[in-house]
Design a protein around this ligand. Structure first.
Ligand code: NAG
Ligand code: NAG
Ligand code: NAG
Ligand code: NAG
Ligand code: CU
Length: 652
């Protein structure tokens, strides 16, 4: 949520990286969905700089992905590779530009002024620059002195400020400072009561208010030791060596084959995941694309210094940029393979996050028919401000895809005058966790973009309701039973689903493919925590985060509809978002469709979350449902490991 020390450290990594230069050779494969290499990023940087005579700041650089039809054509004919194009969101003379660079032609092919509301991701450099303005601003210095605090013990950070109905908003942040002086755990000692607003384009302070003096929480009891050895270590002792192959992008394991890439906004992107069906002797596509589209974290405190905290961690800060280097044995088990990631920093130079992903085979405790089930995990950890999100994409031999999000880290706490619950006679918007420390209530909503192509592109969403029926005496001695009533969603409005109340099940089927005994081939969504939005529809935060209103949405595939909170999310008005796109109520039956799923929960902090939160884990699954003729692992056992040698689907 909030730029953290890690950001500051990152900043140095970037500086360091720009010195090293870019001698990395790209991987052997030339898959059109491959992550942008440092060489390509560097080339994009110089093409854009010369295109606009230098004065440009970079906010997003990512693959302008080729049309799906072109990718599918390329699979059968590797000579028809689509052009390698890159989307750049840049700020030039106070305006946002959407620039497309064609790397095959080394030129800018289009440069469009972004006309919508909202601004692109904040880059790290401007966040650092804005934060450092406060400490040299005389009124701010006076406020710190008034509180009896030492300037040199302050660490300041920039917070995005949301949108509250104003017609035209400028790019700005608010700077919030924390006090070290005896703790390494800076988030635990907020300096409350002071508001510093910074205009990012002019890089100057445009607002200052010292409203109220609140005691800074004590340092005592806020420290924790960051490194605890992973409990995964023990269970790995007898782990066999890797059974997967990975050429830098294409991952093959246990019949699964997929493409793994990195985007500075989304982080990990899984493409073209297919699974070998031994019975049909065929590699069958399941998911064309899967990634975390947005994270929305609104806080519930109405005071002047807090009300605006309604963060969009992906669209405002970048979930990929916030990836932290994974530490072997601590963050990933010993059989893991690590992958570096590259992104563009604000000045257009490539920057590296080493060990941004790890890939490993996991031998789970889950037992399927007495056989231990193993799976393959692709992991990334993003430290978006105070929280660490651990995202695992796990692929099982049973055909199940499980996505797990672990959350740990530090709460964003608020300083308070109270030292005991009995003193509180006004609303504090949270829980008192320690003396002078309130953990403010908030939500975490993570929305995934899941372009399922179950055995081909044309799919339908099936809603199944379990309904109780009464039974009359002349039919049976039973008085009731339940039956499954299924219906295909015809248009987008049929596919907006609130889970959790009643027995609704959701699956994606291929209406033109059936099993031998006649069921439609499909995959079902097994949801995890299904918290829904509690804010009113007309609350500005909720207008921007309206995708939280339903747990499930379906859209027809459209490659520009990627980001649930819109392309330019910072200060957005909610008019370019999943909730507005679906108002067109397009047809989605027997079409190439995208399933959107929101994993969410409400967080009422408790004392055990202080000073560091024990990992909270939530997950969901995509599970084959009449996709195979029977349990696919049984067939694999019979066939031995034939699967491996034979998988010959796509690439290179
Ligand atoms: C990609 O598809 C869109 C819409 O279907 C089309 O307008 C566009 O020309 C296509 N682009 C390329 C490079 O084929
Ligand atoms: C670059 O643009 C900014 C904002 O428009 C302006 O303040 C600055 O003076 C420009 N710098 C140069 C070197 O042109
Ligand atoms: C794709 O989505 C964008 C944004 O919603 C829309 O403007 C565009 O018309 C859509 N394209 C197609 C081919 O439907
Ligand atoms: C794998 O692909 C190669 C080259 O396209 C082809 O010659 C070979 O027969 C394929 N093998 C299988 C098992 O499909
Ligand atoms: Cu939380």
């Amino acid at each position: 949520m909030v730029p953290s020390l890690k950001y500051v450290i990152f900043f140095f990594i970037i500086l360091f990286q720009s010195q090293i230069g870019i001698s990395f050779s790209s991987q052997d494969s030339h898959h059109p969905l491959n992550s942008l290499t440092p060489l390509e990023l560097s080339e994009v940087g110089s093409i854009v700089k010369s295109h606009c005579n230098g004065n440009v700041s970079f906010h997003y650089v990512g693959l302008d992905e080729p049309n799906k039809s072109h990718i599918l054509r390329w699979i059968s004919n590797p000579h028809s590779a689509p052009p390698r194009r890159v989307l750049v969101l840049a700020r030039i003379h106070g305006a946002t530009h959407e620039i497309i660079v064609d790397l095959s032609r080394s030129s800018v092919v289009s440069d469009r002024l972004y006309q919508g509301n909202g601004y692109p991701l904040l880059n790290i450099e401007e966040q650092v620059a804005a934060s450092s303005l406060a400490t040299s601003y005389p009124p701010f210095v006076a406020s710190i002195e008034k509180r009896g605090l030492k300037m040199e013990e302050l660490v300041c950070m920039s917070f995005s400020v949301g949108w509250f109905g104003e017609e035209k908003s400028r790019r700005m942040v608010r700077v919030m400072c924390y006090y070290l002086d005896g703790t390494v755990n800076m988030y635990m000692r907020p300096v409350e009561g002071i508001t510093v607003a910074v205009d990012l384009d002019r890089m100057e302070i445009i607002g200052f208010r010292d409203r109220v003096v609140v005691p800074v929480p004590k340092a005592q009891g806020t420290d924790y030791t960051g490194s605890t050895p992973s409990d995964a270590d023990d269970e790995d002792k007898d782990a066999p060596l890797c059974h997967f192959t990975f050429d830098g992008h294409v991952l093959r394991w246990g019949g699964w084959e997929m493409h793994v890439s990195f985007d500075m906004r989304a982080g990990l992107v899984i493409s073209m995941a297919s699974i070998y069906d031994g019975e049909r002797d065929e590699q069958r596509i399941v998911m064309y694309r899967g990634f975390l589209s947005e994270l929305f974290i609104p806080y519930m405190d109405l005071t002047e210094e807090w009300y605006y905290r309604t963060f969009f961690d992906s669209g405002e800060l970048g979930f990929g940029v916030s990836a932290v280097p994974l530490v072997p044995l601590k963050d990933c088990p010993k059989n893991a393979v690590f992958v570096d990631a590259y992104f563009t920093s604000g000045d257009g130079m490539p920057a590296r996050t080493s060990n941004a992903f790890c890939i490993f085979e996991k031998h789970a405790g889950d037992i399927t028919e007495v056989r231990p089930e193993s799976s393959l995990v692709v992991r990334m950890v993003s430290a978006v401000g105070n929280y660490d999100y651990i995202v695992d994409w796990e692929f099982k031999q049973t055909g199940i895809i499980r996505v797990t999000v672990g959350m740990t880290g530090l709460l964003e706490v608020k300083g308070s005058v109270y030292t005991h619950k009995d003193q509180m006679h006004e609303e504090v918007y949270g829980t008192i966790l320690a003396e002078n420390t309130i953990g403010v209530n908030h939500d975490h909503f993570l929305i995934f973009n899941l372009d399922l192509d179950v055995d081909g592109e044309e799919n339908s969403l099936i809603k199944t309701d379990l309904k109780t029926s009464r039974v009359s005496r002349d039919v049976s001695l039973r008085r009731s039973y339940w039956r499954a009533e299924s219906e295909a969603a015809k248009t987008e409005s049929d596919a907006r689903i609130r889970l959790g109340s009643g027995a609704t099940m959701v699956s994606v089927v291929n209406p033109s493919k059936k099993t031998k005994i006649g069921n439609n081939v499909g995959y079902k969504l097994v949801p995890g925590s299904v918290a829904g939005a509690l804010l009113s529809d007309d609350d500005y935060a909720q207008i921007r985060g309206a995708f939280t209103k339903y747990n499930v949405w379906v859209t027809p595939y459209n490659k520009t509809e990627k980001w649930a909170g819109g392309l330019c999310t910072d200060r957005s008005h909610g008019d370019d978002s999943l909730a507005t796109w679906t108002k067109r109520d397009r047809e989605i039956e027997n079409k190439d469709i995208v399933l959107w799923y929101t994993l969410g929960f409400h967080h009422v902090p408790c004392q055990e979350d202080f000073p560091i939160m024990p990992t909270l884990t939530e997950s969901f699954e995509l599970r084959p449902s009449n996709f195979f003729e029977h349990n696919p692992t049984l067939y694999k056992q019979e066939m031995g490991m034939k699967i491996h040698a034979d998988s010959n689907f796509s690439v290179q």
